[in-house]
Design a protein around this ligand. Structure first.
Ligand code: SAM
Length: 413
């Protein structure tokens, strides 16, 4: 998940409620939150590291900002201009030059907005703002058990078989997830919306990455808090989204493949029902199901639904310049395409195999960046080719059908 990347959630099958409103303190000082009608969970306000030890931050790794506290300027103590704030790192107590005035320890000090649990219609429980919340404000930390991806995959199957209906697993980093199913903070109750008013952001706090829910805009008291689960959904298929937004995708995780199969890099713009496979894959080796009837001469080349046979089109144009322009863009598109293909084979696929993590979290950020850049180049080349074809078909004379055989040196149909 990137800075604002949404957490992944998984869904299992049936809902089970407990009818009690008591809280019970467990041996670790945590309490079982038993709100009437809410499945029992242990309420925690910092991540549970039972599966591995919390990172011990070395002194050399502590980043110290350059803020100086000025009584006349409250923002001077680690406000928006603080170097740590700008890089999403919380200041370390006793090291921050602003000492007790430091305002950049919101996760550590649990500086949450006031929120309230409420019963939604059809979406189980939800969380609402219990005060007016300004855009950008840190609302609450998404806390739970920090576990490996393999453990998360196993747990998600186990939860399904135990009839746990709601999905509370989110992606923390390339190796780990946060599971708030059995223990978590109230952030676990925030529902999905396709037009959310909140987003998740990752902050580095005392050496560990933590996930916070932040307001994307001003939120007035009484409004339900929501974020977009869609890019990483680790739940089951066919979960109808009831967010009610006009731009609703229809399903939770309509843009994600989650745990469901090993396909990665699907075109996330393709909105589809989870019952269908996305029809347009960004995996370079994925080939379209249909072959074009319009392949002539030379080896038959499978074409995407969106792919145009530029050489075939060019032969119908009477102008040599128009033909050359189209063929130049066609060459650039093929170069961009084969670059993307090689990048996948040489860097993306080996990273995924090595890390055994399917999805964007399986590759280092540098490879992901290369992939995005190469994908953009390919899209740009496709755009250039298509616009050249449209422009030339519209503006240059065309050959009569019986002249549509290119002469020597001209592209063959
Ligand atoms: C992280 S939990 C959110 C809290 C949950 N409503 C509860 O009662 O515990 C995620 C689950 O809430 C439900 N949910 C969240 N947003 C939804 C939406 N927009 N439409 C339908 N169900 C939703 C789904 O069952 C999903 O698995």
């Amino acid at each position: 998940m990137s800075q604002s990347q949404a957490p992944a959630v998984r869904r299992t099958h049936s809902r089970q409620h407990v009818a009690s409103s008591a809280c019970r303190i467990d041996p670790h000082g945590r309490f079982d939150q038993q709100i009437e009608g809410v499945r029992v969970y242990i309420h925690i306000n910092k991540n549970d590291f039972s599966y591995r030890e919390h990172i011990k931050q070395e002194e050399d790794d502590i980043t110290i900002c350059e803020c100086k506290y000025n009584t006349n300027d409250p923002d001077s103590a680690c406000g928006e201009r603080c170097l740590n704030v700008l890089t999403s790192i919380e200041c370390t107590p006793h090291y921050c030059p602003c000492s007790v005035h430091c305002k950049n320890q919101r996760f550590q000090k649990h500086e949450y907005a006031k929120t309230k649990l409420f019963r939604t219609e059809g979406r189980g429980w939800g969380l609402l703002a219990n005060e007016d919340i300004k855009a950008g404000r840190f609302i609450i930390e998404y806390c739970g058990e920090v576990i490996s991806w393999n453990e998360a995959r196993e747990r998600s199957l186990a939860y399904a078989s135990q009839g746990i209906n709601d999905a509370y697993i989110i992606s923390l980093n390339a190796r780990e997830c946060i599971d708030a199913t059995k223990s978590g903070s109230q952030a676990r109750f925030i529902n999905h919306s396709c037009e959310p008013n909140c987003e998740t952001r990752k902050w580095s706090v005392l050496g560990e990455v933590r996930i916070g829910i932040f307001a994307m805009r001003d939120i007035s008291i009484g409004t339900e808090l929501t974020y977009d689960y869609n890019f990483q959904w680790y739940g089951g298929a066919k979960v109808h989204c009831l967010c009610g937004a006009t731009s609703c995708c229809g399903f939770l995780g309509a843009k994600s493949r989650g745990f469901q199969d090993t396909d990665v890099w699907e075109d996330i713009d393709e909105r589809c029902s989870l019952e269908d496979k996305p029809s347009l894959s960004m995996r370079p080796e994925s080939m379209p199901k249909k072959r074009s009837k319009n392949n002539h001469n030379g080896p038959s080349r499978p074409l995407n639904r969106e792919q145009v046979d530029a050489k075939f089109v060019a032969q119908f144009l009477a102008s040599k310049e128009a033909q050359e322009e189209i063929l130049k863009y066609e060459e650039q598109r093929e170069e961009a395409s084969s670059h993307l293909h090689l990048l996948y084979k040489d860097e993306v696929e080996p990273s995924i195999k090595e890390n055994e993590i399917y999805g964007i979290d399986g590759v280092p950020a540098s490879v992901a960046e290369k992939w995005i850049r190469a994908s953009c180049m390919k899209l740009k080349a496709e755009f250039n080719l298509h616009s050249s074809i449209i422009r030339n078909i519209a503006c240059t004379p065309q050959r009569a059908p019986d002249e549509a055989q290119p002469s020597e040196g001209e592209p063959k149909p």
